[in-house]
Write a protein that binds this ligand. Sequence first.
Ligand SMILES: *Cc1c(COP(=O)(O)O)cnc(C)c1O
Length: 347
Amino acid sequence: MIEDLIRPNVRAMKPYSSARSEFQGEAQVMLDANENSLGSAGPAEFNRYPDPHQLSVKQALAPLKGVTPAQVFLSNGSDEVIDLLVRLVGVPGRDSLVITPPTFGMYEVAAALNDIAVERVELNADFQLTAEAVQQILASDAKIVFLCSPNNPTGNALLAADIEAVLRGFKGLVVVDEAYADFANQPSWTTRLGEFPHLVVLQTFSKAWGLAGIRLGMAFGSEELIAYLNRIKAPYNVSENTQRLALAALADTTRFEAMRQELLAGRAWLEAELAGLPIVEHIFPSDANFLLTRFRPDAGAVYQYLLSRGIVVRRPSQPACAGTLRLTVGTRAENAALVAALREFSA
Ligand SMILES: *Cc1c(COP(=O)(O)O)cnc(C)c1O
C-alpha cells in the first residue's frame, strides 16, 4: 500500500488551496488572487498566476508517454521532484534511502537537506548491480531507492532484470531516474507502471528536448502517488512561461526527433574518433548523450589542456570514476573541436 509509505504528517495535512485551484477557467472579472489586472512590467504579459496543475501540458504529454494526465507530476526541474519524493516518505532523523554510486549527486543532496540517512550500494566495475547488491537493496528497510538508468556519470543503462528484481522485492519507493531515456535503446519503465504502484519514473525536458533553461522535470507514477506529490508541492511550482514553452515544444516533435537522431549520430562519431586516440584507455558504453572516457596516463592533464583550449568537460568526482572525463555530445563542430584538441594533446 502506497499510503503506508507516506509520512503520517503528510497524510494528515490539509494542502494549501490557492485562488487558482478554487476557481478554474476564465471569467470577465478576476479579482480573486490579488493579481495586477493592469498588466505586467516588461515586454510580456504574465500578470495572472499559472495553472497550478499544468493541465494543458499534462494533456499534451500523457499520450506521448502512454500514461494518463493523472499519472503525471511536473516540477521545477527534476531537482524539485527528487526533493519532494524524499520528503514525501522520509521522516527526518529516522529514515534512510538507498543510492548506487557512482551516480547522480542530487539524491545525496536531497537526503542531506532532509536529514535522511544514505545507504550506499556500490555498482561493480561495469557500473551494474551485482547479485549481492540487489540482495542488499532488498534487505534494506530504506524508504526509497534511487536507480539512475541510463546512469549519470557512467552513461550505461542498468540491466532490466536487476531493476525488476528490486521492483519485486523492495518495499519502499523505487525511483528510476530516466533523464537520458531518449538516448537509450530499451523501453522506458513507464511501460511497467501498471504492475508496480511503488514505481516512480523521472524524466526531464533538460536533455533531449533541449530545454534545460526552462526548468521542467516530469515524474510518472500511480495516480495515488502522484496525488500525494500534488498535495505537498508549492502551489505554482511551474511558471506560466515554462508551461507555454513546454506546450510549444511538445507540438514540435519533428525538431525533437531530428535533434535526438543528430545527437545519437554524434555520439557514434565521437566514440569512433576517441577509440583511435592513444591517450584513450577505455570508453564506457553509453545509452546517454555523453561518453564517460578513461584517459591515460593523466585525465587531469587532459582536462587542463582542454580548458586552455576553451573546451570545458566534466571531471566526475566519484572515486570509481578516477581517471575519467565525462564528455557531452555537442554539435558536429563542437565534437570535431574536442577531438582535434585531444589529438593535439596526444601529439
Ligand atoms: C540532467 C539530469 C537530470 C535533470 O535534472 P533537471 O533538474 O530536470 O535539469 C535528472 N537526473 C539526472 C541523473 C540527470 O543527469
